[in-house]
Ligand binder design. Structure first.
Ligand SMILES: *Cc1c(COP(=O)(O)O)cnc(C)c1O
Length: 352
């Protein structure tokens, strides 16, 4: 049974088809948000209120010691006029594991999942209808405690915001395998969806962009040889007909899109390997003609084909994948499930 969440509706909706259908990713927020505060060892009652500025302590603990985490998933329009959330329970579970790693209290499903459903139902008309578009749901949680003491905050705020969003990358992603900076290290926070991982990544992304690439392909922090992920997406390559993707080693983010694509590859009985893969193996496969494609995999773009790939002073262009490529077939299957054209056999969809 859904928890009943009190709602204060906006009296000045900003909704227009122009805002909804043409916004850059994350630039426009829907009319409402959900807010819940944690204090005295427990979560207070959540509420849905008009999206807008919030009052914070001048020295919120998140600003000093970085207890700030988030999630991201989407509500998709359906051809029949309805809408579906994709695997919100998996995002809820991942946020719980991020909370544990970051010494933050877990958010109950009655706030995270029921709250998302209530919020998206209320802002239903903000879901864009164009193909490839969706309403992006962004739960975020941060430490609000007002103290400089170095310890976990005793108070936190949890907010769910939503943004209408179009396709994230319009074309192939050009990546540069990162040789100077490291995103994550064994024992660190690489598997947690925390803002700090992003803060430490931005300089590398800026430098990659100055060199004419979209972003960085992260390599492992010890040997700087093993492919990890693409910063906001997991990655997979197609080599000799087999999809190869790095295993969840603790230093990459356990993507829900990655998990869904792997599940569908297995359903379709297509060859897939979760194993360590070096950047040299990718370049050697290209030289031998066995590299047949590659993609970033994540909520934002689902399957985002890779284009140019550079490592040090060598560069290749990852071959374009045909619709028969196993990665593209898994991507198409995922879309068919989302659109209701194929049975939702893994119970991934929650109707709004
Ligand atoms: C969120 C995220 C991903 C992709 O995860 P999905 O659940 O598929 O969206 C990959 N890498 C990082 C660093 C991320 O933060």
């Amino acid at each position: 049974m859904l928890a009943t969440i009190p709602v204060t509706k906006t009296t000045a909706s900003r909704l227009s088809s122009e805002l909804r259908d043409n916004a850059a990713f994350g630039a426009v927020f829907s009319d409402h948000m959900l807010v819940a505060d944690y204090a005295n060892g427990k979560w207070g009652e959540p509420s849905i209120i008009p999206y807008g500025a919030q009052t914070l302590a001048a020295a919120p603990a998140v600003a000093h010691y970085g207890q700030g985490i988030f999630e991201g998933f989407k509500a998709f329009p359906r051809p029949d006029g309805g809408a579906v959330l994709f695997r919100p329970d998996a995002n809820h579970a991942r946020m719980a594991s991020t909370c544990r790693r970051m010494a933050m209290p877990e958010v109950p499903a009655s706030i995270f999942i029921d709250g998302t459903i209530a919020l998206v139902q209320l802002d239903r008309n903000w879901i864009p209808e164009k193909a490839g578009s969706a309403l992006y749901v962004r739960p975020v949680m941060f430490a609000t405690g007002e103290t400089l003491g170095v310890k976990p905050s005793e108070t936190f705020r949890f907010i769910i915001e939503t943004c209408p969003s179009g396709p994230y990358f319009s074309g192939a992603a050009d990546l540069i395998a990162e040789d100077t900076y490291v995103r994550a290290f064994p024992g660190g926070t690489g598997a947690a969806k925390c803002g700090g991982n992003y803060a430490g990544s931005m300089l590398a992304a800026i430098e990659a962009q100055k060199k004419g690439f979209h972003n960085v392909l992260w390599l492992d922090g010890i040997e700087r040889r093993y492919v990890e992920e693409a910063g906001l997406m997991n990655v997979a390559f197609v080599i000799g007909g087999t999809v190869v993707t790095p295993p969840l080693s603790g230093t990459i983010l356990p993507g829900i899109t990655r998990d869904s694509v792997l599940t569908l590859l297995r359903d379709l009985q297509l060859p897939v390997e979760e194993r360590r893969i070096t950047i040299d193996e990718v370049f050697e496969a290209h030289a031998k003609g066995t590299l047949q494609g590659g993609a970033g995999i994540g909520t934002a773009a689902v399957i985002c084909p890779l284009g140019r790939l550079r490592h040090k002073d060598r560069e290749i262009t990852v071959p374009v994948m045909s619709p028969d490529s196993p990665l593209m077939r898994a991507g198409a299957e995922l879309e068919a499930i989302r659109l209701g054209k194929t049975a939702d056999r893994h119970n991934w969809l929650v109707s709004i």
